[in-house]
Structures are given as C-alpha cells and as structure tokens.
Ligand binder design. Structure first.
Ligand SMILES: *Cc1c(COP(=O)(O)O)cnc(C)c1O
Length: 497
C-alpha cells in the first residue's frame, strides 16, 4: 500500500514516510493510492474483539510497512485501559430509539482529539525509526486550546520525542490553561505568548521553515514534525471507531450484519467525517454521512451548492473547536471524488488561497451529495438541544455534540430517513461546563470555573471526569510568557540548545 499527494499523483511514499513527513513537499496532503476493502465477514468477526484488536484489524490494512510487533506496540500503548475511563475506549450509548451516541471523549483530556493523538506519537516514532534514522522528533504546536493538551498527553514521556506547545496568553479558557500549565512529563514544555492564536500559528510556521534552526537541530540529531490534523497519522486512527461502533450496534442487536446506518459528525477541519467516508469506502454499510456545522456554516453551503466561500463573517461560538472557515481535509475528499484529479485539486486549492473561494462542477457536487448531507445549528438551538436531550432522555451532552444532535433531528424531520444512526460526541460536557450548566438551568451562572464544574455535577447528578477533577490538586509547572518575536529563542532555551 502506497500513498500519493492530492496535488501531485506521481509522488509515491510508504505509510511511514507519509506519517514522518506530515505534508507533501508541494503542499498537497497524503492519501492512500487505493482504499483497502474489509468484508462483512471480517466485520462480523470483529464484534467479539476488544477495541485494541479491532484497531489492529483496520490499521494493518493501511500501515502495511509496520510489522505485527510494531503495530501491537503502538496500539496497546495508545489505548491502554488505564488511560481511558471506559473499557470500551469509545462506547456507543443509545439515547432514544435509533439515536445512538458514539462517545469519543473517554481519553486523558476528555476530548475526541485523544483518539488520534494517543496513537500518533507511537506511529511517528516507529515511522521515524524506519525513515529518519532514529532522530529525536521535536513536535511544535500552536494551539487555541484542545489540540495542545491532547498532544501533550499523547507525547508525554514517549521515547525520542520532545513536545513544545505555545498558546495565546489570553486566548484559552481557564480550564484549558490549567490543563496545559500543569502538564506532567520529562519531554514537555509549555509557553504562553503575547498575541493571539494566529500570531502563535505564524511564528510556529516560520520556525518550522527556518533553515538555521533546522541545521542546529540536525547537529543534535533532532528534527521538527507536526501533530495537526493534516497528518495521515492523525486521520487513520479515526477510521477505527466507525467500525467499532458498528460492531457495538451489532452486539446489542440494534442492527443485523449488513444493515445500513447513518453517521452524523460535528465538523470543523473535516477530519473526523472524512474518516467515516474512508470507512464507508472500505465497505462498512454507511448510508449517509451527515456533516454538522455551527453558525460558521461554510461547509453546509459547499455541500449543498458546490460553491466554497470563506469570505464571510466569522462567529465566535460556544463550540469553539468548530469555529473554522478553512476545512483542510476537504482537499482529500475532492481528490477521491474527482477520480484522483490532482490537477483539479491543485487548481481549486490555489483559488482558495488567492481568492478565498472556488466552485466545483455540477457532476462533482452531485457525486458528493449522493454520500453527504449537511446542516447547521445556531447558538439558540445548541442550548435548546442540550436542555431537551437532558430533560427528555437524561443524556447530558456538550456544545459540539449538541450541534450534531440538532442537525440530526432536522435531518430526520426533513427526510424521514430515520434508520439507526450514530452521532459522534466529541467532548465531555465538563470541558464546556459553563455553557452546559447555563443550558440545563436556563440561567447564566456567575460561579468560577471549578465551582461551575461542581454545580453541573450536582444539578445533573453526573460525575466529573477524573482528569478534570484532578486538575484542582496539580501544581502549575509552566509560567513562561514570551513575545512572538522571541519564540525561536524560547525554542532553543526549552530544548537546551
Ligand atoms: C476538533 C474538534 C472537532 C472538529 O473535528 P474535525 O475533525 O476538525 O472536523 C469537533 N469537536 C471537538 C470537541 C473538537 O475538539
């Protein structure tokens, strides 16, 4: 199995090259040259397997240059039982009739990014051994909150890696800040920067491409890499849980082998829903992929009209991880749906970066519409949905999940397509306690962050996830703040160069 680039299909690399390199030289994203097939017979056999075995069954189809021992090491390390608060790793909960929720937030940071970022460090170090002669990998992250913490937890004390995270000093929630500044591990460092997320992001990008810095790193047998969601190593772990949820629905008798399901995904960068698309292409019986957006509904417009336009008002919402106007992973879908048309993808991506817009042909958008449905949900509906799901079914969901549930309910109303459906839940309600508490009680709370958490627990009779509870007792380790101009010096300091 080889990988090529969405913008130049003459490129051919192995899985480990794609993962170690992250992004193709000309700016394209790595995609599998052909999509492996998994038979229903195999899916049936996966029902009795634990999550780790299900993961190996799917991953070995894509990571063909990993040995069985290497894959064992990666998967058993990433999804070790003590790191997750559910022994199913990603449990499926039936909320009401055909409405099932796939909870992807039982990992160490209580957000779905853990599903990929627990495995990525293992995939990356094994890949580096094969392709980069065992160099120490230095992961640089600019974060607006969730990714930074999930990456820190994932790379913490992983051999031959170091991770440095920069966050905007006034740009993250108190809970997110505390999650990062109390991070444990010998190979981690965290620093606030005076500036916003874009400042942190551009500074990180310029450090990545600075030849002097790269040369200094090389002298010490180190190299930079990135943990963001354009890396194939972050996408491939996400395919697994679609197979796993299907197996769980089989196991509880909600469906029979071969029955179709719908999947609804709260979407930002289009990574999670793209993983569901790969699962479908591999043979998993998925009928519709329903893309749910918040008020930043650029994807809803594209998936219904074929016209992508990021030149629009940007809304700051209560589902911040979906506040995105450029969904990077859409590029991979365009490549596959257009029949591997790398010239077309290059052209569209050039238009996007120069004018912020592009339009695809009627044929292309009709082919997309065969597979995808789309909808969005405003802030009022987010709050109403959280309250309704809790009052009617006793199910407490976070703001991102509420976007997906609201879009699901609209979809069923508009289409009468009410077959068994899996809705992705991407964060613990306790990560967004303030909004969730306001939604449930119907009034604005004035308590501080930890009191809100306790109040939410009291009002809803649900328990606070241990990793968030434990933050109260942890010591703050990282208090450095630097200007954006001094970030590269800070990198040297933190790496002891
Ligand atoms: C990252 C994130 C999303 C968006 O996922 P994509 O793969 O970028 O579409 C949704 N919800 C939460 C809580 C997230 O952290």
């Amino acid at each position: 199995m080889f990988y090529t680039s969405t913008r130049n299909k003459s490129i051919k690399v192995t899985a480990s090259q794609a993962i170690a390199q992250g992004i193709s030289e000309e700016g394209g994203l790595f995609v599998p040259c052909e999509i492996p097939q998994v038979s229903l017979d195999t899916v049936g056999k996966m029902v009795s397997m634990p999550y780790t075995e299900r993961a190996k069954t799917i991953l070995k189809e894509y990571l063909t240059d990993f040995s069985e021992e290497e894959l064992d090491y990666c998967v058993e390390g990433a999804y070790a039982a003590e790191k997750f608060s559910s022994d199913k790793i990603a449990p499926t909960v039936c909320v009401n009739k055909n409405e099932n929720i796939l909870e992807l937030w039982h990992g160490p940071t209580c957000a779905f990014k853990d599903m990929a970022l627990q495995l990525l460090p293992y995939l990356m170090t094994v890949s580096a051994k094969k392709t980069a002669e065992g160099k120490t990998i230095v992961i640089l992250v600019a974060t607006s909150g969730d990714t930074g913490k999930a990456a820190l937890e994932g790379f913490k004390d992983v051999e031959n890696t170091k991770i440095l995270v920069f966050y905007p000093v006034d740009g993250v929630s108190p809970m997110q800040k505390l999650q990062m500044t109390t991070q444990e591990g010998e190979n981690v460092a965290v620093c606030a920067i005076k500036g916003n997320f874009d400042d942190a992001q551009s500074a990180v990008k310029s450090i990545f491409t600075n030849d002097d810095i790269k040369a200094k790193l090389a002298e010490k047998n180190m190299m930079f890499s990135s943990a963001n969601s354009i890396n194939w190593g972050r996408l491939v772990p996400q395919i697994v849980y679609y197979f796993s949820t299907y197996c769980d629905l089989l196991d509880t008798g909600k469906i029979a082998l071969g029955d179709e399901i719908n999947v609804v995904v709260p979407t930002g960068n289009f990574g999670n829903i793209l993983a569901a698309y790969y699962a479908k292409r591999m043979g998993l019986p998925i009928k519709k992929l329903v893309c749910a957006s918040n008020s930043n509904n650029v994807l809803t417009d594209f998936l219904t009209s074929g016209y992508y336009n990021k030149n629009r008002e940007f809304f700051t919402t209560t589902s911040p991880s979906m506040d995105i106007l450029i969904s990077s992973n859409l590029e991979r879908l365009l490549y596959h749906i257009s029949g591997d048309d790398d010239a077309l993808v290059s052209d569209l991506m050039n238009k996007l970066s120069s004018n912020g817009e592009y339009k695809v042909s009627d044929k292309l958008i009709n082919d997309i519409k065969e597979l995808f449905a789309a909808g969005y949900c405003d802030e009022k509906s987010v709050f109403a949905t959280i309250k309704e799901q809790f009052d009617d079914y006793g199910y407490l969901c976070d703001t991102h999940t509420a976007v997906a549930v609201s879009v699901y309910l609209d979809y069923v109303k508009n289409t009468n397509d009410d077959i068994p459906t899996v809705i992705d839940s991407t964060a613990s309600p306790y990560k967004f306690s303030a909004s969730v508490l306001d939604a449930v009680t119907g009034e604005k709370s004035t308590l501080d962050e930890f009191d809100i958490v306790d109040e939410l627990s009291k009002v809803t009779k649900t328990s606070v996830p241990k990793p968030l509870q434990a933050l109260k007792e942890k010591n703050v380790r990282f208090t450095q703040v630097c200007s954006k101009e001094n970030m590269s010096d800070m990198v040297f300091t933190l790496l002891n160069l």
